[in-house]
Ligand binder design. Structure first.
Ligand code: P6P
Length: 297
């Protein structure tokens, strides 16, 4: 079944259907840049990170499509310093976008992706207010995985014609023993070190590619846990709350998993600014309960 038919069959809100379809239609244009626009641009983002030419290209493609559609009122992206207001929008929706997470890995042909959060209004609200979230993963296959609150998590694969057809319905995170530990071991804080050592003592296998969206996708399908923790000198960790932690946390939570900053459910955190960073633990409820228990003790 094709994505649009599936959305309608599930009784998805018409405006959300149009929005999810709009994102699905950008995948071909974003992928087209992978051959031509590799390498670093001569600019840095608000986090002081060198922007890859592809980050900027994907960002421009997505912002242009959203502005033209007038489907959303607010657009926040990891590549833009400020939230964009769309005048004359037909919906009050707010959107958060990491246009191309892991983009530096394209030069070594590893999987990267576009991450999207969908809010009923402005985006500086807790993730538990979200209407849904989705990500497009550009790997050996190009897949789109989406959730709308209470309606499950569903995965689609892009065909030669650029259309997405259903690959897996009602995805749920299984029990599994993979862990994806970001940050340097020498910089682990004591509670995090204890947590990682506990997983290793239970035989968890390390899988970490350097692409958050790809690593979380693997955990969603095989079970376990991804973490990019707070570490020495960075009590807020490296990854972004709005553009990485919350939207992927929404998908994993709707699939029966959980997401935390080590202390509380990450979806309960109200952002102070679009640029907020956060420690991230995302995966099975068992692993998330373990880190929160260790950190409390
Ligand atoms: P490190 C990619 O740059 C990213 O933002 C995430 O996709 C990924 O999980 C993390 O950074 C990798 O960070 O420090 O291992 O290079």
């Amino acid at each position: 079944m094709e994505l649009e038919d599936f959305l309608k069959t599930k009784g998805t809100d018409e405006n959300l259907t149009q929005l999810i379809m709009l994102f699905s239609k950008q995948a071909t244009a974003i992928k087209a840049g992978f051959l031509s626009a590799r390498g670093a641009a001569d600019t840095k983002n608000v986090y002081g990170e060198t922007q890859m030419a592809l980050d900027k290209r994907a960002d421009e493609i997505l912002i242009a499509a959203l502005k033209e559609s007038k489907l959303v009122s607010w657009i926040a992206t990891e590549e833009q310093p400020d939230i964009i207001e769309v005048k004359g929008a037909v919906n009050p929706f707010g959107i958060t976008i990491d246009p191309l997470d892991g983009s530096s890995l394209i030069d070594v042909n590893l999987a990267v992706g576009t991450i999207v959060g969908i809010y009923p209004g402005h985006v500086l609200e807790p993730g538990n207010t979200m209407l849904g979230a989705l990500y497009i993963l550009y790997g050996p296959l190009t897949t789109l995985t989406y959730t709308t609150t209470g309606s499950g998590v569903h995965e689609f694969v892009m065909g030669e014609d650029g259309n997405f057809t259903l690959m897996q319905e009602n995805l749920t995170i299984p029990e599994g023993k993979l862990y994806a530990p970001g940050a340097l071991r020498k910089d682990y804080l004591p509670y995090h070190k204890k947590f990682i050592e506990q997983l290793e003592s239970e035989g968890y296998k390390l899988r970490f590619s350097g692409s958050f969206v790809a690593d979380v996708h693997q955990i969603l399908h095989k079970g376990g846990m991804f973490t990019y923790p707070a570490f020495v000198g960075k009590e807020n960790g490296k990854l972004r709350l709005l553009f990485e932690g919350t939207p992927m946390g929404k998908v994993v939570t709707e699939a029966g998993g959980a997401v935390s900053n080590g202390t509380i459910n990450l979806l309960d955190v109200k952002p102070a600014a679009v640029s907020d960073r956060t420690p991230i633990y995302i995966g099975g409820r068992k692993e998330i309960a373990l880190i929160e228990s260790i950190k409390r003790s």
